[in-house]
Design a protein around this ligand. Structure first.
Ligand code: ZN
Length: 151
């Protein structure tokens, strides 16, 4: 595994729409491993491939330590409720903002074996799913935050 460089705000990569993964190659598996390592090293709870300069629809989320969720070609297939809360981004260090997201989100994705699965998250996990999947379409939380503050 290797720690990757995290792309920061201002880099065009963060504004691009990512391509789906059509075949799960060893390169994609390495990307998943490296993204998890990079996220943990940065003390983040989620990371999307464009944040490490790779324009593919790949996300890792780890809201509970040790419970790594790998998402390939993730799509939000259902959502309900709303929540307002604070959000930050490893690509926008030192800032956070208030963002309204659904309270419950169901995501359909492929796992590393190429199998389709559905996962439902609530509260902070739902927020992480939305934030990371937005990255795959070049969207950042600062686009929808009602206020942005420095910490
Ligand atoms: Zn982010």
């Amino acid at each position: 595994m290797a720690k990757l460089k995290i792309v920061k705000l201002g880099d065009d990569t963060l504004r691009k729409v990512c391509r789906p993964v059509d075949k799960i190659t060893p390169r994609i598996l390495t990307l998943l491993d490296d993204m998890a390592e990079t996220m943990r090293a940065a003390e983040g709870v989620g990371l999307a491939a464009p944040q490490v300069g790779v324009l593919r629809r790949v996300v890792v989320v780890e809201v509970e330590p040790g419970n790594l969720i790998e998402l390939i070609n993730p799509k939000i297939i259902a959502y309900s409720g709303t929540q307002e809360g604070s959000e930050g981004c490893l690509s926008i260090p030192g800032k956070y903002g208030t963002v309204t997201r659904p309270m419950h989100v169901t995501v359909r994705a492929l796992n590393r074996h190429g199998e389709t699965f559905d996962i439902t998250g609530s509260e902070f996990l739902a927020r992480a799913f939305c934030h990371e999947i937005d990255h795959l379409d070049g969207k950042l939380y600062i686009d929808i935050a009602t206020d942005i503050e420095s910490n």
